[in-house]
Design a protein around this ligand. Structure first.
Ligand code: NAG
Ligand code: NAG
Ligand code: NAG
Ligand code: NAG
Ligand code: ZN
Length: 427
């Protein structure tokens, strides 16, 4: 028996190292108090956050990576720093007047390895349920092909409820699809949920898939959800940036951008898809260097993913009433609070702000673009485990998908009921 156990341990170790290389070994996640001045400094620094081999024209490693920015309501920043760059980074921080720094995580690679192990373990233990809806495990992280297969399966097995919609094609030619869920073919106001804009924020697409499955399972059973499917057309586009997502699954777990390549840069790939929208593009909170993690792109809507999503929302959804863009960790905390608030108060006297109103400026976001187009209810939502004071960064354990998804759906229902009420009052 001990021998058998030893073999299993070796197998587990092999599994761990089958996937991504240990590129984040010893990387520290640190937290410090930061105001707007420090936030701007971090943004301008973002294009020198990588270390390059000039001769080979290759990226050698990441020096630091801003995980979570300070905002008007969150006074700290979380930054991942390479072990051998830590001392230099702390010195630079001191020059900005930041003295006190705490270490949240001593070794980021450990978190990444644990995540991979947990996912593999769950997949191996799972038994087949015998029908397409239940066979999809909505409480774990999947590759993009599995997500799209599930959407096609849903449409095939629930043809009156679910339809697959084509949204766009990615730079690497992946088909970006979504589902339309609705109980009648009569044209209705639309709720649109997108996720995956930032590749490494895995919990966001997972929550979108969870909500999709729950809506389909609840149709005709749960009264409140059934009514929401009668009142609204639901569009869920769970993975807007599949290239970045697959890259984060297979090569660099902490990849954030798309995977486009511009001739302006020899070795820096990708654009921040949430800085690429054509409203006040390239103003504050974005960066002009393709090497930056908040690179705005060569021009507005340079990314086929974003151009396609914009066209889909503009031409395929005439009555876009509620739009939610799901993110995770540190980006749009304010909006998360807004969703909780609207849930608690059923929307009484509820006001909501653009990202720029509640955050330090970020330009070229979907939120501000759609607000400018007059979409009435818009939320950029930060998802994260609520019953945990620990920081998982982007490696939020899969066990949080369900509670986060349930909470999110509650919030959306509250918004939709509020929107309906307003509409009736207006009539
Ligand atoms: C921002 O914080 C830094 C470090 O604490 C400090 O030196 C600087 O004066 C602050 N700036 C503003 C505008 O508050
Ligand atoms: C979506 O695109 C695929 C592949 O191009 C095509 O086969 C399919 O018919 C399209 N579906 C819709 C609903 O337009
Ligand atoms: C690529 O280079 C050409 C020629 O210099 C230029 O006209 C074009 O705008 C560049 N494309 C991008 C996306 O930067
Ligand atoms: C809601 O708005 C109305 C009108 O502006 C105001 O009179 C009322 O006090 C507000 N209620 C709350 C709870 O803020
Ligand atoms: Zn994000």
């Amino acid at each position: 028996m001990p021998h058998h156990g030893w073999l299993l341990a070796v197998a587990a170790l092999c599994l761990l190292h089958n996937g991504q290389a240990s590129m984040y070994k010893g990387y520290k996640l640190i937290r410090f108090e930061a105001n707007e001045t420090v936030a701007e400094w971090l943004e301008t620094m973002s294009d020198v956050a990588h270390d390059y081999d000039e001769k080979r024209g290759e990226e050698r490693r990441i020096l630091f990576d801003v995980f979570s920015e300070p905002s008007k309501i969150q006074s700290h920043a979380d930054v991942l720093v390479a072990p051998d760059f830590l001392e230099a980074f702390l010195l630079m921080l001191r020059k900005q007047g930041v003295e006190k720094v705490i270490v949240l995580k001593k070794d980021m690679q450990k978190l990444i390895d644990e995540e991979e192990y947990t996912i593999d373990n769950r997949r191996r233990r799972r038994k087949r349920a015998g029908n397409v809806v239940d066979d999809f495990d909505a409480e774990t992280y999947h590759e993009y092909a599995v997500m799209t297969r599930f959407m096609h399966d849903l449409a095939l097995h629930h043809p009156t409820l679910v339809k697959v919609v084509n949204v766009s094609r990615s730079t690497e030619n992946r088909q970006i699809i979504g589902v339309k869920i609705s109980t009648s073919s009569i044209y209705k106001p639309a709720i649109v949920i997108d996720a995956g804009v930032h590749a490494r924020e895995w919990v966001a697409p997972a929550v979108a898939m969870y909500i999709m499955k729950k809506l389909v399972k609840s149709a005709g059973h749960d009264h409140r959800l059934s009514k929401a499917l009668i009142d609204f057309d639901w569009f869920i586009i769970p993975q807007v940036n599949p290239d970045g997502y697959e890259y984060s699954r297979n090569t660099d777990r902490l990849w954030r951008k798309t995977r486009s390549r511009f001739n302006g840069s020899r070795y820096c790939l990708g654009t921040d898809a949430n800085r690429n929208w054509g409203f006040q593009w390239g103003k504050a909170g974005a960066n002009r260097s393709p090497c930056s993690n908040i690179y705005q792109g060569a021009h507005p809507f340079s990314e086929p993913e974003i151009e396609g999503l914009k066209n889909f929302l503009t031409f395929e959804i005439p009555d876009l009433t509620i739009y939610l863009s799901l993110h995770s960790y540190g980006q749009q905390e304010a909006a998360h609070k807004a969703v909780s608030a609207i849930r608690k108060t059923s929307g009484a006297n509820y006001t909501y702000g653009t990202i720029a109103e509640v955050m330090y400026p970020a330009s070229g976001t979907s939120i501000d673009y759609l607000q400018d187009k007059g979409v009435p209810y818009i939320y950029g939502v930060e998802l994260r485990p609520q019953d945990s004071t620990d920081s998982y960064g982007f490696n939020i354990p899969a066990k949080f998908i369900k509670p986060t998804g349930d909470e999110m759906l509650e919030g959306i229902l509250a918004i939709s009921e509020h929107a309906l009420l307003k509409k009736k009052i207006r009539l």
